[in-house]
Design a protein around this ligand. Structure first.
Ligand SMILES: Cc1cc2nc3c(=O)[nH]c(=O)nc-3n(C[C@H](O)[C@H](O)[C@H](O)COP(=O)(O)OP(=O)(O)OC[C@H]3O[C@@H](n4cnc5c(N)ncnc54)[C@H](O)[C@@H]3O)c2cc1C
Length: 419
């Protein structure tokens, strides 16, 4: 089958790889000059098999109000004259309740665990190097109360083997000696042994090379203008350069998926949620953590990527602006300095901003659309690196006409038209 994949981020490249493995004739189109150049470029690196959860949590509305005027707030809503933003924000807030959260968390973890098994299989068959680190992740909690609540919550994971260890700060420092000189007040950590970290861009670039060898054509530097449809069947794609014919088209355009799909009257409520990362060379090896670190109160994640540290976080509802805000990245650098004072020289930081393609229920949109031959693989929000391999495998199965191994109705694009 001739399949066109729109977008060469981590989601588009994993989709193309699985499609090529199944024997399809695959073409990937992207406006950038290479793979993983937009949101998949410098993310937090967490492969959150067990800790994937929706950001629409009951505590979020209060948190937004409390920090409304703080430039360094973890969640920052900058309202603009943009009706889509207001509608998205209202829908997101409507999911900040216990029932939606419990449902979302189950869906997020199921997809994350499935995706992790697909990633392991790719790793095994392709021998990809992407600075993988599998020593587990420590979640840092400020108060005893929040630590206990989080551990109770974690015990809802159905498999007891997935439950984290609760550590006080002395035990945490023994496990992670790099925390010895941290200057914050913390009650303790939850240690998730099964979690991993790794460089999503490296993985994307390497997998694109492997896909190229499997026969996938990568057409870079082309802007996609439209999906072509006749009698409710997809017929191809039009870019700013030419027209392509196809039997199937997979939309993996991250935050830009909504704009393209609007043109063919498919409404999907994806909105960009901006985040930042800083990447620093490790200057002092003994001060560098060997685990992934998640500072819960500031909502930042820290991953070791070979000889570099990546620290990422914050969420800003600010439209499609991708400029780097110095104040917000400075506050991430302050956080990293407090945690690991001797690690690095913060003047060497590479600062980056990316747009998380967020759906209001924080669940990705993966599946068949109402147009025959048009599939969506988008809206992966804050967890796209974690969910990439599983989502790509699902898309390849759907194109093959095979039932995916995972129950995919909660990911369905039609769930928004139903609501
Ligand atoms: C600060 C931050 C930290 C994060 N941390 C983590 C983490 O620790 N773990 C995790 O699992 N996830 C994390 N994420 C989320 C993850 O990075 C994203 O979910 C993922 O990268 C989305 O991938 P994508 O392929 O959908 O989008 P993208 O990587 O943005 O790819 C979309 C592609 O479409 C192309 N495109 C768009 N429009 C057009 C057009 N009209 N014509 C041609 N090409 C077009 C773009 O050039 C781009 O290459 C983080 C995100 C951010 C911002």
């Amino acid at each position: 089958m001739r399949v066109i994949v729109l977008g060469a981020g981590v989601i588009g490249v994993t989709s193309a790889y699985f499609l090529a493995r199944d024997g399809n004739d695959v073409t990937v189109i992207d406006r950038q000059q290479g793979p993983g150049m937009e949101t998949s470029f410098a993310n937090g690196g967490f492969v959150s098999k067990l800790t994937a959860k929706p950001w629409a949590h009951p505590s979020v509305p209060k948190l937004i109000l409390k920090n409304f005027f703080r430039e360094d707030a973890p969640y920052l809503f900058r309202f603009r004259a943009d009706i889509d933003q207001w509608i998205w924000a209202a829908r997101f807030l409507s999911h900040c309740n216990q029932k939606s959260y419990a449902h979302g968390r189950k869906v997020c973890v199921n997809l994350a665990k499935y995706s992790f098994s697909c990633l392991e299989e790719v790793r095994y068959s392709e021998n990809i190097e992407y600075n993988k680190q599998s020593n587990g992740v420590l979640e840092l909690y400020k108060t005893e109360e929040s630590l206990i609540a989080a551990s109770k919550f974690a015990k809802q994971l159905p498999d007891p083997e997935d439950h984290p260890e609760i550590l006080d700060m002395d035990e945490s420092k023994r496990k992670e000696p790099a925390l010895t000189n941290q200057s914050g007040e913390y009650a303790g950590t939850l240690f998730y042994a099964g979690e991993e970290t790794g460089d999503a861009r490296k993985f994307t670039v390497r997998l694109a090379e492997i896909a190229l060898n499997l026969g996938v054509k990568f057409n870079y530097g082309e802007s996609i203008n439209n999906v072509d449809i006749k009698n409710n069947n997809v017929t191809g794609v039009t870019t700013h350069l030419k027209k392509y014919s196809a039997d199937a088209v997979v939309v993996c355009l991250g935050s830009y998926s909504r704009e393209l799909l609007n043109k063919i009257r498919i409404k999907i409520p994806i909105y960009p949620l901006k985040g930042y990362s800083v990447t620093l060379p490790i200057r002092n090896e003994s001060s560098a953590p060997i685990h992934g670190i998640h500072e819960i109160s500031r909502r930042i994640v820290i991953s070791r990527l070979g000889s570099r540290m990546r620290c990422a976080g914050t969420a800003e509802l600010a439209g499609f602006d991708r400029s780097v805000n110095m104040n917000r990245t400075n506050s991430i650098l302050e956080d990293i300095q407090k945690l690991f004072p001797d690690l690095t020289n913060i003047n060497d930081a590479e600062r980056w901003a990316g747009l998380r393609p967020m759906s209001p229920d924080c669940i990705p949109i993966v599946g068949l659309s109402k147009i025959n031959g048009l599939l969506l693989n988008t809206g992966h929000g804050s967890t796209g690196w974690t969910w990439a391999c599983g989502s790509g495998r699902i898309i390849a199965d759907l194109i093959k006409g095979k039932e995916p191994e995972l129950e995919i109705s909660p990911l369905s694009p039609s769930r928004f038209s139903r609501s």
